[in-house]
Design a binder for this molecule. Sequence first.
Ligand code: NAD
Length: 499
Amino acid sequence: MNIHHWIAGKAAPSASGRTGIVWNPATGERQASVDFADPGEVDAAVAAAKAAWPEWRATPLSRRAEILFRFRELLVANRLRIAQRISLEHGKTVADALGEVARGIENVEFACGIPNLLKGGFSEQASRGVDVYQIRQPLGVVAGITPFNFPAMVPLWMFPNALACGNTFVLKPSEKDPSAGMLLAELLREAGLPDGVFNVIQGDKVAVGRLLEHPDVKAISFVGSTPIARSIYEAGTKNGKRVQALGGAKNHMLVLPDADLGMAADAAVSAAFGSAGERCMAISVVVAVEPVADALIAAIAERMEKIKIGPGLEDGIETGNDMGPLITREHRDHVASYLDSAAQEGATIALDGRRHPATSRSGFFLGTCLIDNVRQDMGCYRDEIFGPVLAVMRVATYQEAVAVIHANPFANGTAIFTRDGGVARQFQFEIEVGMVGINVPIPVPVSYYSFGGWKASLFGDLHMYGPEGVQFYTRGKVVTSRWPDPATSSVNLGFPQVR
Ligand code: NAD
């Protein structure tokens, strides 16, 4: 199978001669190849989006919303098909992929409200006979560059708002699981979206480089790792584009001694090992405030041993496993290497996922791993591992735990588990992290708020989706208007005043 671009309403095979391999992570087999665009093919996608823009931005808001409502219905009807495709290319279980699609659909629902979202302010009689009002207008062609870990949801963080606001879109999905973007393109066409309004360009950094320098691309939304996010932000803004670039994460879960330990352990295990830890909101560090650590670790380990690891789908049938493989063999080996370095640096390997029976399968499997006695100077703490590895740090006080979180360069999400409302309130007030959970381990905001971290987890000013997404994909224009009585008109060279 060959996966192509989607330009001007149809699949467009590449002539670049460059392709990438799409693996089946559950079997370790090559299942498809994906086209890699050359700069000319990126130009063709941008040209299609540019040609479609004048008509699309002139399309009434209610008509744009109508197409999005229809798209939403098609997503609901096709959610299993999309989830199964994600499971085959990414490796996550079908149930997990269905959750990703559901969270993506929420963003379409938000964008369906665009007639309300684009209402501007109006000041009547700002001066005698003068009214002032603000309108928000689309930017033109905008692009989205997305990571492998949410091949449907992250594009759905971006383009529903972008299209609803009247922009046209070029998506560059991850080359590791490129099919979901194509399924979304097909459903948009079926929903009645005019050709060229949404395009997909497959590829690697060559395609990204061209999008970053293309003069007709007005804004870039990026989600991926921090080094790439930083470079995308720097290159894009240098070229005069609006950029929001979301990066990596190291999310801490602080557990206080008064917390319900069973609930905290359930939350830590779900948030650390769901999607094999390949989530930017995964909990990767539990910060246990003593004397809670021993009991908490025992409760976590007990739950880890019950996790069923294996393929999400076998011969097209759902297996009922809880956790699938990692995305590639290299990534699996890289993740596993942190167990060696952690042991060398003096941490305790409480559970070693390299010994799990699933690792004898041909896919890219690793069992769940638990590392105790982790310190801030260790590689397994400093780096974003992005796999099924949970680190535990033991600290003496709440203040020490907060200092650990503040010293970390990432600040995507964090969570506190406690029964003490006062401490939870203090945590919410002082913690320097973009998304905070109080007894909620994965605080991904609902679609009518916006998603984004702080510090090295976000480059740019505006968070993604929700109200900040609408702001990102539009620019303000303020109109000062007078319809004077011609009888009162006269020449006046003084500076206009309002009184
Ligand atoms: P990645 O940075 O390797 O790739 C992201 C995108 O950038 C892909 O489309 C890829 O093709 C492209 N890319 C890769 N290298 C490039 C280069 N040198 N130049 C230009 N483009 C390049 O990320 P990934 O491995 O696909 O995804 C995992 C990462 O994404 C993790 O770090 C995770 O934390 C992060 N992530 C963050 C969020 C968030 O909201 N903050 C959400 C999901 C994932």
